[in-house]
Design a protein around this ligand. Structure first.
Ligand code: AMP
Ligand code: MG
Length: 395
């Protein structure tokens, strides 16, 4: 058995090389740009304009009564020239007319139709937004990773319509088990519904991957081999569920060894011990245990960081808190236990209590859990009153 940390490191070292894709700028938020900076091709704003609705004037004429000679509206191309003693109406964002150097807001002027009365003097340049006052042409603009809505706005303001980002990996999902039936169809005798295929598709999307759900396979060595061979053709990563344990009908590990390479098998974690990881034709295969809680907890701890690394994001993207366990929890001393817990805030900090049954077949407790509380390998039990690192699963 290897530790969860070792397994994560080994998996990260096996990760596929990132691909790039080009996206419309409006779809790029949350994605990591292929280049960390862009060179501004233009000034933003491209021309001096008014920060207020009001009158464009010459500061030297103020205070005074000025003749209105026309208007500069937003988007206008032909502009009146403001000569001494005159003013132009102007709207926010409209270009400064030639000759004008200052804006007087509507509220500070009395509009008499053909003329305008301005009571007070104003410093030159007041309420004028200079060309490039946000970004200068030629300036190096550093982009946040991942891109935020504000960064999308900056790129758009520079006239950039498409961005190159790290592509989301295609992750094939292959559920296996003779006993499985698709939800939404009648349940045959001795069958259970396939919970893992839909749950894994959801977890992979949530982590930033593009799930590709492939047809389910039975517990047949030839079918398992054929499905894995086909999966590596269409995906950057392959995730299988079931068939990795020691039963007579568990064929995924064997297929891995025969078609490619089995890198490691069995992780010192609870749930999730019989995880098998290997490669076929350079594509990483992650053989998840079939028990639904095991499959999802391994996905959380190992597949999610792997997907995030491929799209240029570090870590697991989760908040971690120290939470004090309410009650004693039994565990295998050799393995790290990930308890499905409900979290609540107390005066002493976060407190955690089991969110329901902790067996790897009891999926309801995982659905109800706010977090996964990690009791390290080597400890005989989770102890009441002790604080443990807890992965927060919800926003
Ligand atoms: P296995 O890893 O194939 O030995 O499966 C372990 C347990 O998980 C068995 O009880 C299976 O019936 C169950 N199981 C396997 N695959 C799924 C699945 N896709 N959905 C729900 N339960 C499953
Ligand atoms: Mg099975």
């Amino acid at each position: 058995m290897i530790s969860v940390e070792d397994a994560r490191e080994r998996l990260l070292a096996m990760r596929p090389a990132p691909r790039h894709e080009t996206l419309p700028v409006a779809e790029s938020a949350g994605r990591v740009p292929a280049e960390a900076t862009v060179m501004a091709p233009i000034d933003v704003p491209p021309f001096a304009n008014s920060a207020m609705d009001g009158f464009a004037v010459r500061a030297a004429d103020l205070p005074g009564r000025l003749r209105i000679i026309g208007e500069s509206a937003a988007g206008a191309i032909s502009l009146p020239t403001v000569e001494p003693g005159t003013a132009a109406r102007i709207s926010t964002g409209a270009p400064m007319p030639p000759g004008a150097d200052t804006i007087v807001p509507i509220e500070e002027a009395t509009d008499a139709g053909a003329e305008v009365d301005i009571r007070d003097a104003a410093p030159q340049g007041r309420h004028v937004r200079g060309a490039g006052h946000d970004t200068r042409a030629g300036e190096t603009v550093t982009l946040p990773a991942p891109l935020t809505p504000a960064a999308v706005g900056v790129l758009a303001s520079l006239g950039i319509g498409e961005v190159e980002v790290l592509a989301r990996p295609r992750v094939a999902v292959l559920s296996s088990g003779e006993e499985l039936t698709d939800p939404g169809t009648p349940l045959a005798p001795g069958h259970i519904y396939d919970a893992n295929a839909p749950a894994l598709v959801a977890a992979i999307s949530e982590a930033g991957g593009v799930p590709i759900l492939l047809p389910r396979i039975g517990d047949d060595p030839a079918a398992v081999a054929a499905a894995l061979t086909a999966a590596v053709e269409v995906a950057d990563l392959v995730v299988t569920s079931g068939g990795v344990s020691v039963g007579a009908h568990d064929h995924v590990r064997d297929a891995l060894s025969r078609l490619g390479r089995l890198d490691f098998w069995r992780i010192a974690m609870q749930p999730g011990k019989p995880l098998a990881v290997g490669e076929i034709e350079g594509t990483v295969i992650i053989g998840l245990p079939g028990n639904p809680v095991s499959a999802l907890v391994v996905t959380e701890l190992l597949v999610r960081p792997l997907i995030r690394a491929v799209i240029g994001l570090g870590g697991d993207g989760r908040a971690h808190v120290r939470a004090i366990l309410d009650e004693e929890a039994s565990k295998d001393p050799e393995r790290a236990a990930y308890l499905r817990v409900a979290l609540r805030q107390t005066d002493a900090g976060w407190a955690a209590s089991p969110a329901g049954g902790q067996l790897s077949s009891q999926l309801q407790a995982l659905a109800a859990a706010d977090g996964l509380l990690a009791v390290p390998a080597g400890e005989p039990a989770g102890r009441a009153g002790v604080a443990y690192d807890t992965i927060v699963l919800r926003d």
